[in-house]
Design a protein around this ligand. Structure first.
Ligand SMILES: [Zn+2]
Length: 185
């Protein structure tokens, strides 16, 4: 799991750095592999974990210009632009913890769409809203990554549940959508 980023938002730099380090944490991947079952998919958790870990390409974060109509969309993956995460500039004030969640979520989409040898979306969510999709692979694994970030940076276990529910509280939305060149900052 390798993310690259060349813009200069400090929280994003920190989030990208954390996700790249998280990639070598066996505990994290064990939790993914041992999850009993993700919603909205027939692919076994162990197999999803294997595919995510097998991705050797870096996924690049790009700033996606503010658009009033997408007020709630934090990030997007474009089926015609492999290995890219489009991060909505409206949410560049998010905490690094929330960004970690978003990056890992979109990484899961990228592997599902472009890297696992199967071009259909096999472990995605049903609709855009987090609250309907917390048990799907992108949301659950994104929340898990955020949990690791919070634990690493505070050590306060009381925050755990809060961290796991953060995306839901924020009504995090994600879109699988075509992104045009002029929408990229
Ligand atoms: Zn998504």
């Amino acid at each position: 799991m390798q993310i690259s980023y060349t813009n200069n938002n400090e929280n994003m730099i920190e989030a990208v750095d954390f996700v790249n380090k998280l990639s070598s944490k066996e505990d994290f991947w064990s939790e993914v592999a041992e999850h009993p079952k993700f919603d909205n998919t027939d692919v076994k958790s162990e197999e999803i974990c294997r595919r995510l870990r097998a991705c050797t390409k870096a996924v690049t974060v790009q700033h996606w210009k503010f658009d009033e109509e997408r007020k709630k969309t934090v990030a997007a993956t474009d089926p015609s632009r492999p290995y890219r995460i489009y991060y909505h500039t409206r949410f560049l004030t998010n905490l690094a913890a929330a960004m970690v969640n978003t990056l890992v979520h979109e990484f899961v989409h990228n592997v599902d769409m472009f890297d696992d040898g199967v071009s259909t979306n096999e472990y995605t969510h049903n609709g855009q809203r987090a609250r309907d999709n917390q048990g799907t692979a992108p949301y659950w694994i994104g929340d898990l990554a955020q949990h690791y970030y919070v634990v690493a940076h505070s050590g306060v276990s009381l925050l755990d549940n809060e961290a796991r529910n953060y995306a839901e509280q924020q009504e995090f939305e994600c879109e699988i959508v075509k992104v045009d060149d002029d929408e990229i900052e």
